[in-house]
Design a protein around this ligand. Sequence first.
Ligand SMILES: *[C@@H]1O[C@H](CO)[C@@H](O)[C@H](O)[C@H]1NC(C)=O
Ligand SMILES: *[C@@H]1O[C@H](CO)[C@@H](O)[C@H](O)[C@H]1NC(C)=O
Ligand SMILES: *[C@@H]1O[C@H](CO)[C@@H](O)[C@H](O)[C@H]1NC(C)=O
Ligand SMILES: *[C@@H]1O[C@H](CO)[C@@H](O)[C@H](O)[C@H]1NC(C)=O
Ligand SMILES: *[C@@H]1O[C@H](CO)[C@@H](O)[C@H](O)[C@H]1NC(C)=O
Length: 530
Amino acid sequence: MEGKGVEERRCWGWFWMLMAGIFAVLVAAATLHTILAFVHFRSHKVHDHPSPINRKYALALQVAMRFFDVQKSGKLVNDVVSWRGDSGLSDGSDEGLDLSKGMYDAGDAIKFGFPLAYTGTILSWAILEYGAQMKASNQLRFAQDSLRWITDYLINAHPSEDVLIVQVGDPDLDHNCWRRPEDMIERRPVFQVNTSFPGTEVAAETAAVMAAASLVFRNTDSAYSSSLLFHAQQLFAFADTYKGSYSTSIPQVQKYYNSSGFGDELLWAASWLYLASEDASYLTYVTVYHGQGYGGWGSPGWFSWEDKLPGVQVLLSRVELFSTNLSGVSASANLALQLFRRTAEMTMCGLLPDSPMATTSRTAGGLIWLTEWNSLLQPVASAFLALVYSDYMILSGTPIISCGGRSFEPADLRNFAISQVEYLLGQNPMKMSYLVGYGGNYPLYVHHRGASIPTNATPGCRDGFEWLYSPDPNPNIATGALVGGPFLNDTYIDARNNSMQNEPTTYNTALLVGVLSGLIAASPGPKFFR
Ligand SMILES: *[C@@H]1O[C@H](CO)[C@@H](O)[C@H](O)[C@H]1NC(C)=O
Ligand SMILES: *[C@@H]1O[C@H](CO)[C@@H](O)[C@H](O)[C@H]1NC(C)=O
Ligand SMILES: *[C@@H]1O[C@H](CO)[C@@H](O)[C@H](O)[C@H]1NC(C)=O
Ligand SMILES: *[C@@H]1O[C@H](CO)[C@@H](O)[C@H](O)[C@H]1NC(C)=O
Ligand SMILES: *[C@@H]1O[C@H](CO)[C@@H](O)[C@H](O)[C@H]1NC(C)=O
């Protein structure tokens, strides 16, 4: 990423007003929930036959999934993108490490560990919820392969207990040139966190992806899965024991992926570790020990590479809604889980456009909109959470959520997710698909070095900029790129130097892959990941 604007974090400040109310209705709600869950348990029929496939979303998924191949570093195995080749082969070699794999973050050739790990966590979550739909549309294998390309790299980036490589490549050196990753010759320094210079958020996010991925590979490669879980546990202990922000330890990262705090990543990692290991101490960590301090109860936020709390709240709703035996869990842990779920519901109430609590952060065209830089991140992240939550409601037999006195059904949340996806696929004032390679009118000047330079040209560092400023469309299609997105007024400038709106990222696409997979067929995922 070329350097980003400050991401706004909005809180609705409903906290105190709602807390009193929440506590009052909790007992009643818990009782009702138990009854409903029981009734549902009795009446629930397992869907033996998945519903028919939505071909439009299946096609969009196939397009989106390709972007991970566009971004791959290393020795390519299935060179499915004709204009990509091997690159970054000696990354890490100065340190005796093989850091050749992994993915370039965006339109440049840096491997930023923090957002890369987040991309992998989202991809894992998408596979765990919607793997059946991915499989039905022949995309599961690609999703798993891309995830593994990330986790192979991250395993190598964690060479000893308390050391994690968090970045390969120096953005100042990299951005000084405009050339394809295949032709890089500049120095590729690696940056690490360790006990003297800790990086709690990045170590915890890396623990999260490894724990989540260990669930993905649990049945297909148990040795790999165990290794991931082992790394996840070590990294979490490192993150939790040596607390400090990587933005302080490595100030250079502030310009690109600055961290605003690490409590959210600690909860996120511990939640995934609980699901992956079923070790109750992780549940105690997120509930009794740190729920109140880090959980953001009563304050809905915006899910992104920077803020994991909305994800934690939805993920822990899964625990609260589906766990068959929470009787062994203390009353305070149960209460904490309910507060996480209530906060997830508040987030949902903010997203639903007809809710009395609806956020006003929307374009006239109906797109959730918060930031000029990479504006599509929040709508696609919100759509993913809304879809997952609506499926949790269906699967747990929770018929409604209540938003300021109005009731909403799972279908309302699903329709919200559809509205965001339809917008970015072309139903918008620009009549433009923001998913490159999908539809007849998508960005042709994506801010992406590899896509902008013909494969037969091998410009040097500086003369490559002629391709940045060339008036011609990109010679190569960055298929699956979900670009930054429109302005608040629903307009968009398809210019190659417009990195604010026209630079794609791996995490945008991972979130989109999650939503599209869930929309392919209306069949909620499994109640349990293991
Ligand atoms: C620990 O990390 C810091 C920050 O990246 C780095 O400057 C230092 O060299 C590392 N320590 C060791 C022993 O490698
Ligand atoms: C990075 O985040 C920290 C903590 O929120 C903040 O103090 C600092 O100013 C930020 N740096 C930049 C360059 O935005
Ligand atoms: C639920 O957990 C408690 C405490 O761990 C245990 O004593 C009890 O047997 C469990 N009940 C069921 C039905 O598994
Ligand atoms: C839309 O908003 C952008 C950014 O604020 C502005 O530059 C542009 O002129 C606006 N376009 C229209 C048609 O209002
Ligand atoms: C991109 O280039 C055009 C034409 O030279 C210029 O008008 C515009 O300001 C540039 N945009 C950015 C974001 O640099």
